[in-house]
Structures are given as structure tokens and as C-alpha cells.
Design a protein around this ligand. Structure first.
Ligand SMILES: [Zn+2]
Length: 340
């Protein structure tokens, strides 16, 4: 140990030098994007989008806020124009939606507007979007962000890709969310947006539906001695149940769960619990793909004598969480309107 210490010194110094160089490179890239307006040329927009979409999201930085810094550098931040631009999302009348929504975008160059869409999302929900923009020679940058309501206003969550392809974001914290669309100053942007919310996982019972869910999460059991740590999905005996994610299966017998399965996707991912099974479709330790049949509905364990159902639970490092938002119907984006 000690004999290798002197030799590792120059190596750690060169490692430190490399880290500093990398940090400088990243910093100059960010500064470049802030200062150099010409980087938004379509040819380099992809690179800009990648930088916005990853670096800025990781740092919790909104590209819209970075543009506000650009206004500051240009001396416009506190000018009426700059102030009006910064306040546009708060001035906009938000469109609230429950399941899905679709809207045409038409930002004129001579107006300072933002479009805002709001919805409530729970841990395990997915928000899907498809954001089209019509490219014209004079079109400028369109800032599209997902934000979550906090005590201090709206916090940046993710940047939305504007490539016309369907994308989705899986929610990790319950709350009120908004999607903000705003072009840079004097930039005409036209296009359309579609948004949809729903569950992020497939339904665990084959051909099952949300209305088959009986006992909800958190209701009292055994006269209030314990809480229900999952949802009960009622189905006929022998109905196949599927893996909601790829992972490794652990089968077990006994206790409240009867014939039960734990499905694990990795240390940092939640574990999925399937209880009261009639029998298993896979062996203990099997590796399964998302959608594979792993067992069959029954009433084993403390469900014996009662109606057959799947007890489905989701466990994270912090304990059991409500599976319901995960297994709602998947988000379905509205079709593109016909452009006649
Ligand atoms: Zn149950």
C-alpha cells in the first residue's frame, strides 16, 4: 500500500489536470451557448438540444433561464422587452388537461407570448409529448420545458425534445406540473403540440383493466392493525400475470402472500411483488423480459377461501409505494390533425 503511494502521485495529478480540462471545456461550451446566438442554426441545433437536454437538466437549469442570461449580457434583462419576455409564462392563461390535449402553435415575431399546459402527475405516471415545429428560414429557437410546482415557484424538470417524435418522461415526485413553450424574442415559430398522461408500466394482469382493481393502497387491514401495501386486481383463477419490467424472478411460498414472486430490475430500481398466485410460470432465479408471463392468478396465502385476485405491490428503498399511478392506461397521444 505505502510503497505505491509515491508512484500514484503524478498519476493523480494528471487525473486532476484532466478533470480541470474537462470542466473548462464544459464551461466554455455552456458560455458559448449562452453568448453565441448563431449556435441555434438548424445544423447545430441538434448539438444544442443534446447539451440542453442533458447537461442543463442534470444541473436543474432551464434553457429558458440560460436565454434570460443572454438577455442580461445583451443589456436587455431589465428593459421592458426583456421583462415582458421573462414574465410571459406567468402572464399566459394555462390550458389544464386530465388525460390528453392537442394544440396548434403560432408564435408571431412581433408578439411576446408563451403557451402553458398544466396537469397533476403522480410518482409512476408518464407524460408523453410530440412537439412539431415547421421550419422556416427565419424561425428561431423554441424553449420547451417541463416544470414542477414547488414552494419557491416552478422548478425545471426536463427539456422537451422538439423533433416531432413521441417522447415520454416518467414522474418521480408527485405534484402539479406545467409544460411551457416559448420562442426567443422576435422569433416566429409555428407547429403543434400533443400531450398525454398515463401509467409508465404495462398492466400486470393479462387482459386486465383498471376497473378490476378492488382494494386500494393504504386502506386499513386486520381491523387497522396494518395497511394494505399494494393493490388487488380481481381476475379468474389461472389468468396469466406478466412481468411489468425486465428483471430477475424470486419465487416464494408461505405467509400472507401464499405463492408469491418478487421481480427485481436492479439495486436502484423498485421491486415488484406478486402475491396469492395459483402457480408459477417461471423458475426461481429466472431472468424475464417485460411482458413475459411469470405466474397465474389464484387465492393462496391469506386470500384462501376468498375471491381470486393478484395482490400487486411496488417497493422502493423507502418502502411500499402506491402502484396505481404506474399501472394506469398508458398515455396515448392524439393523432396528428389533417393538414388540408
Ligand atoms: Zn392485497
Amino acid at each position: 500500500m505505502t510503497s505505491s503511494a509515491p508512484a500514484s502521485n503524478p498519476r493523480s495529478r494528471s487525473h486532476r489536470r484532466r478533470t480541470v480540462l474537462l470542466a473548462l471545456l464544459l464551461a466554455s461550451l455552456v458560455v458559448l451557448l449562452v453568448v453565441r446566438a448563431d449556435l441555434r442554426h438548424p445544423a447545430t441545433r441538434i448539438v444544442g438540444q443534446v447539451v440542453h437536454g442533458t447537461l442543463f437538466d442534470l444541473a436543474g437549469l432551464s434553457p429558458r433561464r440560460v436565454y434570460a442570461w443572454r438577455l442580461w449580457i445583451a443589456g436587455l434583462y431589465d428593459a421592458p422587452l426583456g421583462r415582458r419576455w421573462r414574465q410571459a409564462p406567468e402572464r399566459a392563461v394555462p390550458d389544464s388537461f386530465e388525460h390528453r390535449i392537442q394544440a396548434r402553435l403560432d408564435f408571431a415575431a412581433d408578439r411576446i407570448d408563451a403557451r402553458v399546459f398544466t396537469t397533476t402527475l403522480a410518482h409512476g405516471n408518464a407524460l408523453s409529448w410530440r412537439l412539431d415545429r415547421r421550419e422556416t428560414p427565419e424561425a428561431g429557437c423554441l424553449y420547451a420545458t417541463l416544470e414542477r410546482r414547488t414552494d419557491n415557484g416552478w422548478a425545471h424538470v426536463a427539456s422537451l425534445a422538439t423533433d416531432g417524435q413521441p417522447h415520454r418522461y416518467v414522474v418521480e415526485t408527485d405534484g402539479r406540473f406545467r409544460v411551457v413553450l416559448q420562442p426567443e424574442l422576435a422569433a416566429p415559430v409555428r407547429g403543434g403540440i400533443a400531450l398525454a398522461r398515463g401509467g409508465s408500466l404495462p398492466f400486470p394482469v393479462v387482459d386486465g383493466h383498471g376497473y378490476d382493481i378492488g382494494g386500494g393502497f393504504g386502506v386499513a387491514r386486520d381491523g387497522g392493525a396494518r395497511q394494505h401495501k399494494g393493490v388487488d386486481i380481481f381476475a379468474d383463477r389461472g389468468t396469466p400475470v406478466r412481468a411489468v419490467a425486465e428483471g430477475r424472478v424470486t419465487t416464494g411460498n408461505g405467509g400472507l402472500g401464499g405463492h408469491y414472486i418478487f421481480l427485481s430490475s436492479g439495486f436502484t430500481r423498485p421491486r415488484f411483488y406478486y402475491a396469492h398466485l395459483d402457480h408459477f410460470a417461471v423458475d426461481n432465479g429466472a431472468h424475464v423480459a417485460q411482458g413475459d408471463v411469470i405466474g397465474y392468478v389464484g387465492n393462496s396465502g391469506n386470500a384462501q377461501g376468498g375471491p381470486t385476485h393478484l395482490h400487486f405491490g411496488i417497493y422502493t428503498g423507502g418502502g411500499a409505494i402506491d402502484p396505481a399511478p404506474f399501472i394506469q392506461a398508458r398515455p396515448s397521444l392524439p393523432e396528428r390533425p389533417n393538414r388540408g
